[in-house]
Design a protein around this ligand. Structure first.
Ligand SMILES: [Zn+2]
Length: 410
């Protein structure tokens, strides 16, 4: 009998592997699983099989394909009766498992280039500067402002900021733009949302209490549709002596889950060490924009200086194997924003985006939007663009999607 390779069709959910097989297929190929109890079952009436792989280790380099014969009429795999029982007992819940159904739909939506369907499938956005997180369409709906299409690629953040000042922002429109970001997340099926809120909004918000009250009201309004994990964002270029007190006051409100640092990477992170140490004591996830413009070594420096749990962008890691190994070993995930990287001239094309190698190396990545009001690409569109440019296949993208949905459970 000729075995077909279905390695590409493996998705993992939680601690289990779930493998799609073709209807009537009698054989599948599986990655070598370092576990004593693994078993597969194929049902002719369904187009999937199910595998328990308790200790499956993801290691792109050593996926050795191991043929396992599967036959419905004589369950010939007797290596582990417990695993077999587990599979049989799990079939019903598997059939009704909403995550499995969503995975099927997600894969189908990518294959059929269906952005509408993609936008209905649960996703995360873990890197969204909320003041610029709304789409052109929603901003126009809310404020009549027409943001022109982006016809150039920026060479720096300051160039982008200039463009943004003259093409996106209007006087006293901060709250409208923030609302647009929440509406955008809802319309795009974002179920795990990290609105990144810049601490320096003095021009837009009169007092800290007003500011926190406003954000709190948005969270209440949108929390039926998604889980919201607000992030407090600092700026390397806007350090001041009273910043620590302000951050403390904001953290005391209790609704921030993470802290982030953006701005010119050349300024380093030393000044923020104390604030990050305080944030850690508050139990926050510590993140920073690094490795977007700076070289790979700076990523490790920033991680060590600020005790980071997650890196925003971090794409320059691709140029240094040692840095990639460091991220992998220390389980530091990257929030990746492909269109942003393209329009800020960090990659020559989407097709050459390093997310492919970073992900296949084993580093955890999520796919995010950054600034939708500028780059005009929703999270759904980011997935579709990566798929259409053959950067990652649909199963890999689904695994990334699931990783993002579980980000706050890990
Ligand atoms: Zn960003």
């Amino acid at each position: 009998m000729k075995y077909q390779c279905h390695l590409k069709s493996i998705i993992s959910i939680d601690k289990y592997l779930r493998v799609f097989v073709e209807t009537n297929s009698l054989g599948i190929f599986l990655p070598k699983i370092i576990v004593s109890s693994s078993i597969a079952i194929s049902l002719p009436i369904c187009n999937y099989s199910y595998i328990k792989a308790r200790d499956f280790e993801k290691n792109g380099k050593s996926l050795i394909r191991l043929p396992i014969r599967v036959a419905l009429k004589c369950l010939s795999l007797k290596r582990d009766k417990n695993a077999l029982n587990f599979v049989i007992n799990s079939i019903e819940s598997f059939e009704n498992d909403i995550e499995v159904i969503c995975s099927f739909k997600f894969i189908q939506a990518l294959q059929s280039n269906d952005i509408e369907l993609l936008s209905k499938i649960p996703k995360s956005d873990l890197h969204n500067h909320v003041a610029l997180g709304g789409s052109r369409k929603i901003i126009k709906e809310l404020s009549k402002k027409i943001i022109p299409p982006l016809s150039i690629r920026f060479k720096s953040i300051s160039e982008m900021n200039e463009w943004c000042e003259s093409n996106v922002k209007q006087p006293n429109d901060y709250e409208t733009r923030v609302r647009a970001a929440f509406m955008q997340a809802r319309r795009d099926g974002i179920k795990i949302f990290t609105p990144s809120i810049a601490v320096f909004v003095k021009n837009n918000i009169s007092t800290v209490d007003y500011f926190t009250g406003y954000i709190r009201s948005l969270i209440e309004e949108f929390s039926n549709d998604m889980k919201i994990y607000p992030e407090l964002t600092l700026d390397r270029e806007k350090y001041s002596n009273d910043l620590k007190d302000l951050v403390k006051k904001l953290l005391d409100t209790g609704f921030f889950y993470s802290i982030d640092l953006k701005g010119d990477e050349k300024l380093g992170e030393n000044k923020f060490r104390e604030i990050y140490s305080m944030a850690k004591n508050y139990g926050l996830i510590c993140k920073a924009h690094v490795g977007e413009f700076a070289d790979a070594k700076h990523i490790i420096e920033a991680i060590q200086t600020l005790n980071l749990d997650c890196v925003q962008h971090g794409i320059s890691a691709i140029s240094d194997n040692h840095v990639m190994e460091y991220l992998l070993r220390n389980n530091i995930p990257l929030t990746i924003c492909p269109s942003s990287n393209y329009y800020l001239s960090r990659v020559s094309s989407i097709a050459k985006h390093p997310i492919r190698e970073l992900y296949r190396f084993g580093i955890n990545v999520s796919i995010c939007s950054d600034d939708i009001a500028i780059f005009d690409s929703s999270v759904s569109n980011e997935y579709l663009t990566l798929f259409n440019n053959k950067v990652l296949n649909e199963y890999e993208l689904n695994e990334i999607r699931i990783y993002g949905l579980n980000f706050y459970n890990n």
